[in-house]
Design a protein around this ligand. Structure first.
Ligand SMILES: [Fe+2]
Ligand SMILES: [Fe+2]
Length: 282
């Protein structure tokens, strides 16, 4: 990177290659509907409505940010692990197709690691963007992982994610991954609207203040992560209903924990002894 005479991307014409989307069957596409129609989404939206009613106190914000941090920390390495598993599996089946296949999963990790402008520069990783956002609200990286601020289901959600991406049958892991990528714009969208609703109280200069970059970047990339994941599922499932049922199990496993996480977070944030408001910009 210090050799400025070297410019990446100049020696090969990538425009010669196009990649058409893989046709996705109605049955596989319906896995996304299974996410949107799950009760966990209603729980998230009910929580979101409360979050937008008044500015959160410091205690409420810290609970929100630390609990969500468990999820935020666990997802990128887990996606990387799943991409690695898919690669290794396909090296045995169709070796020259293995990395190309796994790319549909790795695609999401590339954004997570801040590599999405790789031709030009490294960007902050999503972990770094999250820590920067939390720092604006007075939280250190140590605070973000302090168990005093994390609801118990936050740790459970982290462990379930770790287990599903790394240990469960790949077809179930892929269903789990698609549920994750399908819900991500929903929950990060709720957080974005939460901060925008009272942006002066939260010390934000504009709707798209760079303090919110962690949330803004997700608003930008998550749908593409989801669609790549769905294509990956289509490649695995084909027209095999038994595999589709396994993928569905993975979707439900994610949604079950997701719903419990937001129900518990709602209770922790809006339960008793959380009423004191402070102006975060003060
Ligand atoms: Fe991310
Ligand atoms: Fe994603």
């Amino acid at each position: 990177m210090t050799d400025l005479s070297y410019i990446r991307g100049n020696s090969f014409d990538s425009s010669k290659y196009t990649s058409a989307p893989i046709p996705v069957s109605a049955k596989v596409a319906a896995l996304k509907d299974a996410v949107f129609q799950h009760d966990a989404v209603r729980i998230l939206n009910a929580f979101g409505e409360k979050l937008r009613q008044q500015p959160l106190s410091k205690a409420q914000l810290w609970t929100l940010l630390a609990s969500e941090a468990m999820f935020v920390l666990e997802v990128p390495p887990s996606i990387l692990a799943l991409a690695s598993r898919v690669t290794d599996e396909w090296l045995e089946i169709d070796p020259f197709a293995a990395t190309g296949r796994a790319a549909r999963i790795l695609f999401a990790a590339v954004d997570e690691y801040g590599l999405n402008e790789i031709e030009h520069k490294l960007l902050p990783s999503h972990h770094e963007l999250y820590a920067d956002m939390a720092a604006h609200f007075g939280m250190t990286r140590k605070d973000l992982v302090d168990p005093r601020y994390v609801v118990p289901t936050g740790f459970e959600f982290r462990d379930v994610i770790r287990n599903y991406y790394r240990k469960q049958p790949i077809i179930e892991s892929l269903g789990f991954h698609v549920a994750n990528e399908t819900t991500a714009p929903l929950d990060f969208g709720v957080f974005l609207e939460t901060f925008r609703a009272f942006r002066d109280d939260y010390g934000l200069k504009s709707e798209n203040d760079m303090i919110l970059d962690f949330l803004l970047v997700h608003d930008d990339v998550e749908t593409s992560h989801r669609e790549q994941g769905v294509e990956m599922l289509q490649l695995y499932v084909g027209d095999d209903d038994a595999l589709l049922a396994q993928a569905h199990q993975g979707v439900l496993a994610y949604m079950e924990c997701y719903g419990r996480f937001f129900a518990e977070l709602d209770a922790a944030v809006f339960g008793s002894a959380r009423k004191t408001q402070i102006r975060m910009s003060a």
